[in-house]
Design a protein around this ligand. Structure first.
Ligand code: ARG
Length: 468
């Protein structure tokens, strides 16, 4: 018998195979190199399954205890880095089972897979694993939102231009801009929390596709694993990867928010704006231009949003043409999911660090404010004197044109000139309109940038994060 034939015979499913697996095929087919990170979830699922088997009378109490002891040793070996991977180990499920049988013997170890298939096993493991990761990510997101809220509260005095089309529009508080991004992440946190019940639906006990014939009590398995619900149709729940897709979609949207925020801050950190400065901890230098400080952290946040979207699109395409129940295409769920989990977790933590340590330059923000940004306030002034808004918009426009012609600021136009534009102008016009603080404070309806508005948002976000 050649070495290659040996190799195939040793595979757990090798019974009916006589030919050897092509070595490249083995490499192509294996997933252990990446799914080993689910080792703890696999052991957890197997322990629950062994208890279900005991309850169904397939295992004696003693056998189940032996299996649990063995599985805990397997888990420990992974943890300590002593688990020996064999060349013919295919995935985490076969590797763990192979090792279990080495530890406790084939006679008992060989009973564990009764009433189970790798199909319901892998789907269960993925869900267990993802739920833990989602918990971590939720924690990171909460920290990010809180750091933003704290900053907004502390720096409420800073007023800057608000932009539309990247053109100066109206004055806002810096805190208002910062919180606009925090609200997007807070919505992400809400959405992520809403995914949990759908991730927490259990496939275990459904075997390959057609359910188990041993009356394994699936409600008992659900309780053991602490899942929210049970998959109600074996052919649906075993190959169902909607929870993976939903997580990838969630990640794509969250990273869009990340990317948009990064873009804002990159612009504001240029010398031309100079509103913010990144800390050294999140910047890099240039290898050739000594004066440079580059916002690499923000550029990576922006760039990685493309990578995450690509993983989502890629996996959706992998799945779309698959026929019912398990097909090996589904193994392609792991690399995008793992990479995406790592990318979003790290991105959120990097964003938190960037925001916690950047410095703002309130003087530069203020210096960028110009009177023309109060042209709307000038119109609003006349509205309060009873002039219809459409007309006030016109009058204010003529004031802007006049200032342009005279090459002066709107506040340099004399009261007499204002009076020529409308007899509704009164001597208080210059003082009451051309004050950025007043302008912002007038916008005190819910959702606005006034001091009260910032306070309300900070409380809203803090209470919301606490609740979730
Ligand atoms: N490694 C496989 C996967 O991730 C496990 C399931 C294998 N099932 C099978 N019928 N070959 O999808």
């Amino acid at each position: 018998m050649s070495g290659q034939e040996d190799f195939t015979k040793r595979k757990l499913w090798g019974g009916r195979f006589t030919g050897a697996t092509d070595p490249l095929m083995h490499q192509y087919n294996q997933s252990l190199s990446y799914d080993k990170r689910m080792y703890a979830a696999d052991v957890k699922g197997s322990i629950a399954h062994s208890r279900g088997l005991e309850k169904a009378g397939i295992l004696t109490q003693q056998e189940r205890q032996e299996i649990e002891r063995g599985l805990k040793q397997v888990e420990n070996e992974w943890k300590e880095g002593t688990f020996k991977i064999f060349p013919d180990d295919e995935d985490i499920h076969t590797a763990n089972e192979r090792r279990l049988s080495e530890i406790i013997g084939k006679d008992i170890g060989g009973k564990l897979h009764t009433g189970r298939s790798r199909n319901d096993q892998v789907a269960t493991d993925m869900r267990i694993w993802l739920m833990d990761e989602v918990e971590n990510i939720r924690g990171y997101l909460k920290d990010l939102v809180l750091v933003m809220a704290n900053r907004a509260e502390k720096e409420v005095d800073a007023i800057m231009p608000g932009y539309t089309h990247v053109q100066r529009a109206q004055p806002v508080r810096w805190s208002h801009l910062l919180l606009s991004h925090a609200h997007a992440f807070y919505a992400d946190l809400n959405r992520l929390s809403q995914l949990i019940p759908r991730i927490s639906t259990l496939p275990l006990g459904c075997a390959a596709l057609a359910g188990n014939p041993y009356s394994i009590d699936r409600e008992f398995l659900q309780q053991e694993l602490g899942f929210d619900s049970l998959g109600e149709n074996s052919m649906h729940i075993v190959p169902d990867r909607d929870f993976v897709i939903e997580f990838l979609q969630w990640s794509s949207l969250m990273m869009i928010h990340m990317s948009k925020m990064a873009e804002d801050f990159i612009i504001y950190s240029t010398a031309e704006f100079g509103f913010i400065q990144l800390s050294d901890a999140y910047s890099t230098g240039s290898s050739i231009m000594p004066q440079k400080k580059n916002p690499d952290s923000l550029e990576l946040l922006r760039g990685k949003s493309g990578r995450v979207f690509g993983q989502m699109a890629g996996f959706m395409m992998s799945v779309k043409g698959t026929p019912s129940t398990y097909n090996k295409d589904l193994q392609e769920d792991k690399e995008p999911l793992f990479d995406c989990v790592d990318t979003v977790a790290n991105s959120i933590r990097i964003a938190e660090g960037v925001i916690a340590t950047l410095a703002i330059n309130a003087d530069k923000m203020r210096a960028a404010l110009t009177d023309d940004m109060l042209a709307t306030d000038l119109a609003d002034y006349l509205v309060r004197k009873g002039v219809p808004f459409r007309e006030t918009h016109h009058i204010s426009g003529r004031a802007v044109a006049l200032a342009e012609k005279q090459k002066c600021n709107l506040s340099d136009i004399t009261f007499e000139q204002y009076r020529e534009l409308s007899d509704k102008f009164e001597p208080d016009v210059i003082e009451s309109v051309f004050n950025f603080e007043n302008s912002v404070e007038k916008r005190d309806a819910i959702g606005g940038p006034s001091r009260k508005g910032i306070e309300r948002q900070v409380q809203f976000l803090r209470a919301g994060v606490e609740k979730l």
